[in-house]
Design a binder for this molecule. Sequence first.
Ligand code: NAP
Length: 294
Amino acid sequence: MNTEILSGKGLAGLIRQRAGEEARLLDAAGVRPSLAVVVATADESTLWYVRSIERAAERAGIDCRILDLGQDATEQVLARVLTDLGSEPSVHGIILQTPLPEGVRGENLVGLIAPEKDIDGANPLSLGRLAVGQPAFAPATARSVVEILDHFEVPTAGRDVVVVGRSAVVGKPLSLLLLAKDATVTICHSRTGSLEPFTRSADVVVVAAGRTGLLTGSHVSEKTVVVDVGTNVLPDGSLVGDVDEASVTGVAAALTPVPGGVGSVTTALLLLHTVEAARQQSGVLGLSLAAGVA
Ligand code: NAP
């Protein structure tokens, strides 16, 4: 079996290009799309990730403000900043970056992100809207999986899709998006007895658990398309997913790589969501960007 590698890089480039075109249209109409990223950590890999969003945004013609409140920021300060950004007309998109300082309850903060600016679908209201089919921004990672499947023409309607992971940022919203695309969705988690009976018979398996080597060749069959959402940093600093690539390669039909798969599309979608938010808030008509689920 020749396992096809589904790289996200080409799709990410297309999405960034669309975001850039849309940003130029808005700019010409006097609206400069703008994204605010609220950060309160000294974690180097997080800061590196935030700077990569900033660079990508600027290349696409989107203003990006990093509000670095430091690792000692309190919940009250973070709450005030998020509330202020919500009423700031020049800001169209808001991301509250994790991890947050110890003792800060993220669940109390995400609800303060203005829903129309919630471009990474963190506010529970966004998840609720997705659940009932109302317009909302899905978490970019969840949408990224769906966009990758669409891009590579992997059918989901009427197919069996297994999602491993049930977090509010990946597994749950992704399951809702797949359900909206008429997939038969099974959600597995840490209390699922054995993954194998579910994953081996599935057409598509999405793994979002944050566990190195969780999905192996024995979990898949020759028809399985595997999407690896996991990002795990090994002691030597290298990045791997949740899939044991060596044993799945040659058994499954297709596999997304890590890095260069879901993650690259996710960053591009944050830009696309920002210009979509700017267009909605300004009332300026744009390209037909409402494609997808956001
Ligand atoms: P999370 O909040 O820790 O959730 C992990 C989920 O996986 C939980 O539902 C957990 O089950 C389940 N799980 C853990 N161990 C399992 C096992 N042995 N078997 C089956 N299920 C298991 O993580 P997350 O925020 O959803 O992120 C998941 C992964 O995606 C992480 O590696 C994260 O770094 C990565 N990620 C990538 C991107 C990207 O853009 N590429 C973005 C976001 C996250 P329980 O609910 O029972 O605990």
